[in-house]
Design a binder for this molecule. Structure first.
Ligand code: MTE
Length: 320
């Protein structure tokens, strides 16, 4: 039973009960060493300054994207202090505290699989692959809250073109970085890491699919997925994997973290759909961070004109 309203849910609430009970058993069985490690992590966190290890890069000459919404943007503070990034803890306030020392340089992304030109990209190479745009997108989390963010990046298709997918490529698999030494909180998150996500190739090639390197005119803060992440504005937020290290073009549909955890609750497509409720709460409305009254959730989060045709003929009740 829901004890809290959806906007206040953490992904721990969203985790199926059996798994959650197992996790509690695990925490109980973890013993003193594990508890001490947790306490150590907290102490270390309290002792460490709240500044980022790397100064943010400011971007200039950004192209204004025609895909941008004119809706009021959320504050930088909202977007950097209410995050889901389970590698750094399951509370919305954890990533802003725990990700500050995350080392994001040097960084490479391996792009591989069904492509003619597999290769590793340094972050610098990624930044130079296409002109950077500012795209102000609505971003709707499955937990029924939403934000409006001026992201920076370019269409994922630019990266795909650089590696030349072969006719075998039908899907794209995304993998986030995972290092238990830098992310000790991940052990207690109740999900498996590395965090993995996937798209059908046509979804990945849709111009709205953003390979994102920044927000609010600067490089991404660690808690928002530095140094490079996906942003898919017509899908629930969990599809947008953060801190990417691997992108693989595949023939078969790749596994995805939340679908693997609870396939009855999180589908592969995860398109924002106010008519298909989550088994444990309604998706009809959402709360924009910073606002009191809820607003109606829009089909495809309001991006239907650009994306609806990709799902023609599909039963979106079944393919949630
Ligand atoms: N990527 C990784 N690697 N780990 C995560 O826990 N959480 C997802 C997604 N990407 C997550 C992730 C979820 S549930 C959401 S809603 C968005 O990131 C949140 O992005 P934001 O914190 O920038 O708003």
């Amino acid at each position: 039973m829901l004890l809290r309203k959806a906007p206040d849910l953490t992904y721990a609430d969203v985790t199926p009960k059996s798994l959650y009970l197992d996790r509690r058993k695990f925490l109980r069985g973890m013993g003193i060493a594990g508890a001490a490690a947790l306490a150590g992590a907290r102490l270390w966190d309290l002792a460490s300054p709240r500044t980022s290890a790397f100064a943010a890069t400011k971007f200039s000459g950004l192209i204004k994207s025609p895909f941008s919404t004119t809706e009021k943007q959320n504050t930088y503070d909202d977007v950097t202090h209410y995050n889901n990034f389970y590698e750094f803890g399951t509370d919305k306030s954890d990533p802003s505290k725990n990700a500050q020392k995350f080392q994001t340089a040097p960084w490479t992304v391996s792009v591989e699989g069904a492509v003619k030109k597999p290769r590793q990209f340094t972050l610098d190479e990624i930044l130079k692959l296409a002109p950077l745009e500012e795209r102000i997108y609505r971003h709707r989390c499955v937990e029924a809250w939403s934000i409006v963010v001026p992201w920076i990046g370019y269409s994922f298709s630019a990266l795909a073109k650089a590696v030349e997918p072969t006719p075998k490529a039908r899907y794209v698999a995304f993998e986030s970085y995972y290092d238990p030494r830098q992310m000790p909180w991940g052990k207690y998150a109740g999900i498996d890491f590395p965090y993995v996500e996937g798209l059908r190739l046509d979804e990945a090639m849709n111009p709205l699919a953003l390979l994102c390197v920044g927000m609010y005119g600067e490089s991404l803060p660690n808690q928002d997925g530095a140094p490079v992440r996906m942003v898919l504005p017509w899908k629930y937020g969990f599809k947008s994997a953060k801190s990417l290290v691997k992108i693989r073009f595949t023939e078969k549909q790749p596994p995805t973290t939340w679908n693997r955890m609870a396939s009855n609750e999180y589908g592969f497509y995860a398109n924002v759909n106010p008519k298909v409720d989550h088994p444990r709460w309604s998706q009809a409305k959402e709360r924009r961070l910073g606002e009191f009254f809820k607003r109606e959730t829009l089909m495809f989060n309001g991006y239907g004109e650009q994306v609806a045709s990709m799902y023609n003929g599909m039963d979106l009740r079944k393919n949630y």
